[in-house]
Design a protein around this ligand. Sequence first.
Ligand SMILES: CC(C)(COP(=O)(O)OP(=O)(O)OC[C@H]1O[C@@H](n2cnc3c(N)ncnc32)[C@H](O)[C@@H]1OP(=O)(O)O)[C@@H](O)C(=O)NCCC(=O)NCCS
Length: 155
Amino acid sequence: MSVRWAQVSDAPVVARLLHDFNTEFDTPSPGPAVLTARLEELLPDGRTTALLAGDPAVAVALLTSRPNVWYDGPVLLLDELYVVPEHRGRGIGTALVERLVHDARAAGVALVEVNVDEGDVDARRFYERHGFASGDVAPDERAFYYSRELRPPLG
Ligand SMILES: CC(C)(COP(=O)(O)OP(=O)(O)OC[C@H]1O[C@@H](n2cnc3c(N)ncnc32)[C@H](O)[C@@H]1OP(=O)(O)O)[C@@H](O)C(=O)NCCC(=O)NCCS
């Protein structure tokens, strides 16, 4: 399965996969057209990047990069990772993560972060298998992710 970095012209493909991800998991989505327009603005800047697997693409990894005072190099957030249902369990997610870690290391990235829900045990096993660790300092000292929405995400 070929894995490549998305170009700006791939914005509709990335948007469609992100929309399908949210739809599958009953999460609101502004729709492929709005997502395409946002990606066409974000992708040229280089801080938002996406990996696509397959041709036509059946999986996407969406990433954002930011500086961080504690590291000599950028920090990457894996915002989204999605393999369409009929292609899961065949190593495509692994290929995306391996490519992103390989290229990130070569680019001097210091840290890759991802947020996973506690109950999403399959995804947690997947990330742990690929070297990701939770921020827990002890079994009875769990790390939590908090957020406070200041504006609605849609529209
Ligand atoms: C999680 C996901 C990206 C993994 O990609 P994949 O191509 O299925 O993964 P691989 O074939 O490389 O590796 C298989 C492993 O992925 C994990 N996995 C998670 N959800 C899975 C699913 N629905 N089907 C198969 N494997 C899944 C398991 O750890 C599995 O290993 P196992 O043999 O221990 O069960 C993909 O299953 C997916 O898109 N799931 C739904 C969306 C999601 O959960 N995204 C991550 C949110 S943080």
